[in-house]
Ligand binder design. Structure first.
Ligand code: UDP
Length: 233
């Protein structure tokens, strides 16, 4: 579309469009982990994450979850509503893994009896620290009503994605969501992809997500492709 570059993040670029309330999200192949300490490239990641995120946003929309997603423009870009991003990352977990396993000592793969919602302060310089509702209130990141809505909406997203994925033989271990405001309306934003979720094969627990890059497990591009194939199925 060729509009002015508004912002460049670790995995995406945001471009202006001809419309003041819409922006183009361009998905790069760049991959980072550990708050940018590990850098690399995953071939075709941008194409696959754009396609996977588009499918998830369309699935969510069909189930009544409102997001910034408008349409997929081309291989690497989607058109979205421009959001004023809330500086909270919402993580939902169904199975212990990653930072939760370290924090509470539960081995990776141990099922959580009920989903766990966590909030992180979206600040790269601080390494996105874990926060709670008191921090959110004290820091003025969201009102209590907004925070309650973010948690409830994230759990709703979890239920929809979990069932959809299980039917495709994938366990939804955990994932991260971001939200923002468009004209005072709260909408789901960002992306939903193997960069932001943990996906495990439901029979073998084979990892089909960015942990393959974070942990140098190999087969990274193949895992992203496999996720796309199962979703497209
Ligand atoms: N996550 C993310 N961005 C972040 C941190 C986490 O998308 O900045 C996702 C991650 O892919 C996983 C979930 O959130 O699906 C939980 O991540 P965790 O807290 O276990 O952190 P990690 O072990 O990845 O550092």
């Amino acid at each position: 579309m060729g509009g002015k570059l508004l912002y460049e993040g670790k995995a995406k670029k945001i471009f202006e469009t001809g419309h003041p309330y819409e922006v183009e999200v361009y998905f790069k192949d760049d991959a980072t982990a550990f708050n940018g300490a590990k850098k690399g490239q995953i071939n075709s990641k941008g194409i696959l994450n754009n396609a996977i995120s588009s499918l998830f946003f369309e699935l969510l929309e069909a189930n009544g979850v409102k997001s910034h997603y408008l349409k997929r423009i081309d291989e690497r870009s989607m058109l979205v509503k421009k959001l004023k991003i809330i500086q909270i990352e919402v993580v939902v977990r169904n199975i212990a893994a990653g930072s939760l396993s370290k924090r509470i000592g539960w081995p990776e793969g141990k099922a959580l009896p009920s989903p766990v919602v966590e909030f992180y302060y979206k600040d790269d310089d601080l390494g996105d620290p874990l926060i709670n509702d008191y921090h959110v209130a004290a820091m003025g990141l969201a009102t209590p009503e907004e925070l309650a809505w973010l948690a409830a909406e994230s759990l709703r997203v979890n239920a929809i994605l979990r069932d959809h994925l299980l039917a495709r033989k994938v366990k939804l271990v955990d994932f991260k969501l971001e939200f923002g405001k468009s004209d005072e309306e709260l909408l789901l934003g960002d992306e939903i992809s193997p960069d932001t979720c943990r996906f495990w094969d439901s029979e073998t627990n084979l990892r089909l997500d960015k942990d393959r890059f974070r942990r140098d497990m190999g087969g990274v591009e193949e895992a992203y492709q496999e996720m796309y194939d199962r979703l497209k199925g």
